[in-house]
Structures are given as C-alpha cells and as structure tokens.
Design a protein around this ligand. Structure first.
Ligand SMILES: Nc1ncnc2c1ncn2[C@@H]1O[C@H](COP(=O)(O)OP(=O)(O)OP(=O)(O)O)[C@@H](O)[C@H]1O
Length: 287
C-alpha cells in the first residue's frame, strides 16, 4: 500500500525504572487495515496501546496520525481520531447503554459552556443529535434492543460490544481494541469478528490485541508479534503463523512440536474457510 499510513509508531521505547517494557517498536497501520498484535503475557502489548493513545509518553520514539505527531494527552488523542477499548471493561455501571455511548459522543461535540448552562435550542439540538447517533451505533453493534438497560445488567459479551460502540461514538479514524473477545463464548467471539469486519467497512482502521491466535489469524490483514518488548516477527497471518520463532516464543512449544502446531493451524483455517463459503460469508471473510 502507498501513501501516508493512518497510524505510525517509530522506534517506540518505554522504560519503567529499570524495566524496558518496549524497545524500539515500529508499527504501520494503513487505511482500511486490520492489524493484530499478539505476544505472551507481559510482552508489552497494553503498554504499546498506552503509548499510542497518549496515556504514556514513550521514553523514546514517536507516534503519528496521518503524518501529524500525536500529543501525550489521551483526551486530545481521542479528538484527533484514535479511540480505544480497555482490557478490563470501563463502563459507567449505573448509566444505561445509551447514556454510556452519549458520553463517548460528547468528546465530539462543540457545545460551549454557556450553551450547556442555559440549555438553549442549540444545546438541545446537539443533545438530540448525540442521542440519535448513539442509538444508531448501538444498533450497529447489535445492542439497539437494550439501549435502556443499565450497563451493569448487560451480559459480559454485550458490555464488551457497548465499549466498542462508545469508542466509535468519538468518530475515530483508528480503533484500538484490547482483548475484545476475552471471556466470550465461541458465538460471541464470531459475532465480534464480524463486527470488526463491519467497522473496517465504515472506513475505520483497527488494531486488535488478542491472545486467541485463531481469532487473530482469521481476522487480520497483518500481524505483529511482540516478545519481551521487542517486535519479533510481522507480516501476513500466513507468514506469522508459519514462523517457528513465533510458535516457540509465543506458545512456548519445544521445536519438535512446532511443525505439528503449524499443521494444526493450517487445518483449522482450511475448515473455517469452508464453513464461511457454505454460509456465503461477507467480503471481510474473504480477505
Ligand atoms: N505503569 C507501569 N509501571 C511499571 N511497570 C509496568 C507498567 N505498565 C506495565 N508495566 C510492565 O511492563 C511489562 C509489559 O506489560 P504489559 O501489560 O504491557 O504486557 P501485555 O503484553 O499487555 O501483557 P498481558 O497480555 O498480560 O496483558 C510488564 O512487565 C509490566 O509489569
């Protein structure tokens, strides 16, 4: 792909005291791409997301969005067009699903303090537009029917999707998802895979952290593998899953089991492709 990447990290390092959590990590995310970030526990994946979203200021290196350097300020990064979800769900439990999404929408609104103080017509129009867009997004993620439920009463999988709707409410160019299928059953995981394809179709590029490699390899155009804070391998799912260093480092298998693992993944993917074709899968499936 040519042109300026939508998101680029160059030589990002993050040192906590004596611990180097990230060492000169690079990432290039192109328009329309779904990129997977995998690696063992403690590899630095969430730290990297924190550096991309301004929560941490990298010790060294830069992060740019369409060529412009991003500030070390999470709110400003959101306004610039990078949204994220967290590994641990961070909803407002006593608010409804709709209210949670409207909160995300507010980061996009340009209401001045006087408008909100006097609740004038401009304020009311803005609030109505935020509500309408939030309802649309709830429909998009499959939660329209429960928009009035308190978020704490929603099943776990729905809470994860609600977080995605709230992130989308900020109108991002890039969406970062930290373990979006953690704790989900296979049906919910598949629904999430389809949702991410649908998000890409709306023009949002996506980076996904996930431990479920089957999910990552069947979802992503490009996969980066972090091990001990360093980029070990990157490339297409085929390149990455066939790399013995990945299987050995990531799955902790001794070399003589590597070949069996590679065969296992290849077989599973072949089976999966067949199911999708029988079901007449979407465009996203065929990528
Ligand atoms: N704020 C912090 N202060 C000190 N050390 C930190 C901080 N945040 C992360 N670390 C350390 O950085 C390393 C990378 O952690 P990180 O959470 O980024 O890994 P991860 O790949 O996301 O792991 P997991 O898959 O378990 O979520 C770990 O050794 C962790 O203890």
């Amino acid at each position: 792909m040519t042109g300026t990447p939508v998101l680029a990290a160059r030589d990002v390092s993050m040192v906590f005291g004596g611990l180097t959590a990230l060492s000169e990590v690079n990432l290039t995310l192109d328009e329309g791409q779904i990129l997977g970030l995998i690696g063992p526990n403690g590899a630095g994946k969430t730290t990297f997301f924190n550096c991309l979203t301004g929560l941490y200021t990298p010790t060294r290196g830069t992060v740019t969005l369409r060529g412009t350097r991003l500030p070390s300020d999470p709110a400003a990064v959101t306004v610039a067009g990078v949204a994220r979800t967290f590994q641990n769900i961070r909803l407002f439990p006593s608010m409804t699903a709709l209210e949670n999404v409207v909160v995300g929408r507010h980061s996009r609104m340009k209401q001045g303090p006087l408008a909100s103080l006097f609740h004038g017509p401009a304020y009311r129009r803005g609030e109505q537009a935020a509500r309408d867009r939030s309802l649309e997004l709830l429909e998009f993620v499959g939660l329209g029917r429960v928009h009035d439920e308190l978020s704490r009463n929603l099943p776990y999988g729905d809470q994860r999707r609600l977080e995605i709707a709230r992130a989308l409410a900020t109108d991002p160019s890039v969406l970062l998802l930290d373990e979006p299928t953690a704790g989900m059953n296979p049906q919910e995981t598949e629904a999430t895979r389809q949702l991410i394809f649908a998000i890409r179709e709306t023009g949002v590029a996506v980076v996904v952290i996930e431990h479920d490699t089957k999910f990552i390899f069947s979802l992503c155009d490009h996969v980066s593998v972090l091990v001990q804070g360093k980029l070990l391998v990157e490339g297409t799912p085929d390149v990455v899953r066939g790399d013995p260093r990945v299987i050995e480092a990531y799955l902790g298998k001794p070399p003589d089991e590597v070949e069996a693992e590679v065969r296992h993944y290849a077989d599973e993917t072949a089976d999966h492709t067949q199911v999708i074709e029988l079901d007449g899968g979407s465009e996203g499936d065929k990528r």
